[in-house]
Design a protein around this ligand. Structure first.
Ligand SMILES: *Cc1c(COP(=O)(O)O)cnc(C)c1O
Ligand SMILES: [Zn+2]
Length: 411
């Protein structure tokens, strides 16, 4: 475990002693005053111990809390699949799929949750809370169930029933707020302060990014090198902030000589971070970042991104950028990924593949580039989303002749 040196405000740069403040710089407020976790790097790391430990706790030397506080669900240690056929068709040096759907609650959120819940245990917090309708909430509910810790989830009143069902199954206390997501978010924060709960909401709690960064460590370690580019979907910005911070820390620790270009992908109808990045490139302020958000990819349908400052600054530091894709591109990416790579992703999860097709078409990536797509959420979270308007399987008579006729139609 690495004891953090300080928490630093991403806007004014003021530093706070570790654990002296939970969420944001009081001077700058939220989200301008989001915090980043800094460590002391007096001695460079050479390698991580214990290669048999296939979970993110093997990177303890770069994490703010030790495994002794962790709950037993295993986050991290997900597979990295080479996809040579697509690399060749697209004219890339190499292509891999980092399958982060293979986590305890089937999304990338489990990395941030694992570390955040361990921090809560270390700090002696008796309960956790968050506002979310989707993967962050089910992730927190699952880890709290495993840890025997109470969990309070605030969802807007129009949250879809299947997502609430998953939370209830894990035994979370779910409050449906008679209002929109922003109101649920603010209420979860106020209630956390009132009742002493530790709040895991994305973009609010800096420990979430500390867990999210482990995906970068895994990619680097498994490839034995840093790729030229990494592509990942962006909603609030906490996942991409983690991806960038992970690679930047590997370089800072002397483990990797350089960082990959990190590209974020957003839906064209929910592109507040991409637009903030464009403003930043022109020298204009990142905040306020607030826009309407409309896309079928619900996990990245975010109008007021909570971690936008990190998501913009860190991506710029890697030399990467942002791409937006249409809903039809997202759907066809999810289908192609399932059919050709055997990886079933929700539309948000497949977004990096849609972005890759654009980046190649526009000449941003090519023959010299080795690329990793991070697939963030399972298609089983929203199976109808991916298969809508595909034909239903045929109904056949229970005899072989019917099978023969059906097989002939299977071109
Ligand atoms: C949360 C999530 C993202 C984006 O993460 P942010 O931190 O909100 O940017 C992408 N894909 C899936 C499946 C997610 O659940
Ligand atoms: Zn500040």
């Amino acid at each position: 475990m690495a004891e953090p040196k300080a928490l630093r405000c991403v806007t004014c740069g003021r530093e706070f002693p570790p654990w002296s403040v939970d969420y944001f710089c009081p001077r700058c407020g939220f989200p301008a005053g989001n915090l980043e976790v800094l460590y002391d790097r007096d001695k460079p790391l050479r390698r991580f111990p214990d290669p048999a430990r296939f979970s993110l706790w093997r990177y303890g030397e770069l994490l703010p809390v030790g495994e002794e506080h962790a709950v037993r669900l295993r986050a991290g240690g997900t597979p990295l699949y080479p996809w040579a056929q697509a690399a060749e068709e697209l004219g890339l040096g190499a292509l891999w799929i980092k399958d982060d759907t293979l986590q305890p609650t089937a999304s990338c959120k489990d990395r941030g949750t694992a570390v955040t819940v361990a921090v809560a245990k270390r700090l002696g917090r008796k309960a956790l809370a968050c506002a979310s309708t989707g993967n962050a909430a089910s992730s927190l509910a699952g880890f709290c169930a495993a840890g025997g810790v109470p969990c309070y989830i605030f969802v807007p009143k129009n949250a879809p029933a299947p997502k609430i069902a998953q939370l209830v199954a894990f035994g979370a206390f779910v409050f449906r707020v008679d209002g929109n997501y922003d109101q649920a978010f603010a209420l979860a924060l106020a209630a956390s302060q009132e009742f002493g709960w530790y709040n895991r909401s994305d973009g609010l709690n800096p420990m979430v990014v500390e867990g999210n960064k482990t995906v970068a460590f895994e990619i680097w370690e498994e490839l034995g090198d840093v790729p030229e580019a990494v592509v990942v979907a962006v909603g609030d910005g906490a996942v991409i902030a983690g991806v960038c911070k992970g690679f930047l820390e590997l370089r800072e620790a002397g483990l990797a000589p350089r960082v990959p270009k990190v590209f974020g992908v957003q839906a064209a109808g929910a592109a507040a971070v991409a637009h903030a990045f464009a403003r930043f490139q022109r020298g204009a302020p990142i905040l306020p970042a607030e826009e309407p958000a409309e896309t079928l990819a619900d996990s990245i349908r975010v109008g007021k991104p909570a971690d936008v400052v990190k998501a913009v600054k860190y991506v710029a530091e890697t030399g990467g950028g942002y791409v937006t894709v249409s809903d039809p591109e997202l759907l066809s990416a999810a289908r192609e990924l399932a059919r050709r790579a055997g990886v079933f992703a929700e539309p948000s999860g497949a977004a990096p593949y849609a972005a890759l097709l654009r980046l190649v078409r526009e000449g941003a990536l090519g023959q010299k580039d080795r690329v990793v797509l991070i697939i963030t959420g399972s298609g089983l979270k929203d199976p109808q989303g991916v298969t809508r308007d595909l034909p239903e399987p045929p109904l056949i008579r229970p005899d072989l002749r019917a099978v023969r006729e059906a097989v002939e139609r299977c071109a």
